[in-house]
Design a binder for this molecule. Structure first.
Ligand SMILES: O=C(O)CCC(=O)C(=O)O
Length: 258
């Protein structure tokens, strides 16, 4: 087993142990259970029955070739619980796995990141391997499938420690994505601005004028980016240096199974 493989295995075991430990702590603390509504699995399950896909109020975002739907998937207390669980349970890539090569130089990505997928050997654009699903994330994935009517086999999780962390303009156009399948983006924690820019209207080489589409991604919200948005529009989460709180984002995707 090479060094990377050994490290991966160690991180996975640590994550599953953390999840087990949290559940054990909760089940030995009856007061906490009755206050908080049992373990994380049940908390998330409650969100399904309370929110049920039918009762969600979707807002349609439309522009030229931009097709997105937005809703509040979780109320504040549900989103607080899920955020807290994420902070307890998730570990993020570090070292070389937290870097990208840009113009021949390795640099740290300006946020923390981890990938989870059903297909263990999926390589994302940085060749970072996905870690296996954990029950906590499978629950969230299943709620999002119920809410959207689409299934997902992969999630990219980004953690922004404050408004200094960001993601630059890009399209989700990796070759491994199932073509035409929507991407569902769950936001937790600090609300942040999210900006779409049309590919033909960006920068100095713009060939036409199309206004950017901006929205604030709120705590507990779900943004569903549908085909062909990702072909025509770049998106980014720019720096907002005055913001001090953590934000976690999960983009649920469907990858090609080879
Ligand atoms: O954090 C976000 O809302 C955006 C994440 C993103 O753009 C991505 O995962 O491709």
């Amino acid at each position: 087993m090479d060094e990377l493989e050994t490290k991966k295995r160690r991180v996975e075991t640590e994550e599953l142990n953390k999840e087990k430990k949290c559940k054990t702590e909760r089940s030995s603390d009856k007061q906490k259970i009755s206050d908080k509504g049992e373990n994380s699995k049940t908390d998330v399950d409650c969100a399904i029955s309370k929110n049920g896909a039918k009762s969600l109020s979707w807002r349609e975002l439309r522009a030229e070739n931009l097709v997105c739907d937005y809703c509040m998937l979780f109320n504040k207390s549900q989103a607080d619980d899920i955020f807290e669980e994420c902070e307890k349970l998730l570990t993020y890539n570090d070292g070389k796995l937290a870097q990208i090569k840009l113009y021949g130089k390795w640099i740290n990505i300006p946020r923390k990141q981890v990938l989870k997928g059903s297909i263990y050997q999926i390589k994302y654009y940085t060749s970072v391997p996905a870690r296996p699903w954990t029950p906590f994330l499978e629950n969230i994935r299943d709620i999002i499938s119920d809410a959207t009517g689409f299934d997902f086999n992969f999630v990219l999780i980004n953690r922004y420690k404050d408004g200094h962390d960001y993601i630059g303009e890009h399209r989700d156009d990796e070759k491994d994505l199932v073509s035409g399948h929507p991407i569902a983006s769950l936001s937790l924690g600090q609300p942040r601005d999210f900006i779409f820019k049309h590919a033909s209207a960006r920068g100095k080489n713009a060939t036409c004028k199309i206004d950017p589409v901006k929205l604030e991604l709120e705590h507990g919200s779900l943004l569903v980016m549908k085909h062909p948005t990702n072909i025509y529009w770049y998106h980014s989460l720019p720096q907002r240096k005055k913001l001090t709180q953590v934000r976690i984002n999960m983009t649920f995707r469907k990858m090609v199974v080879k």
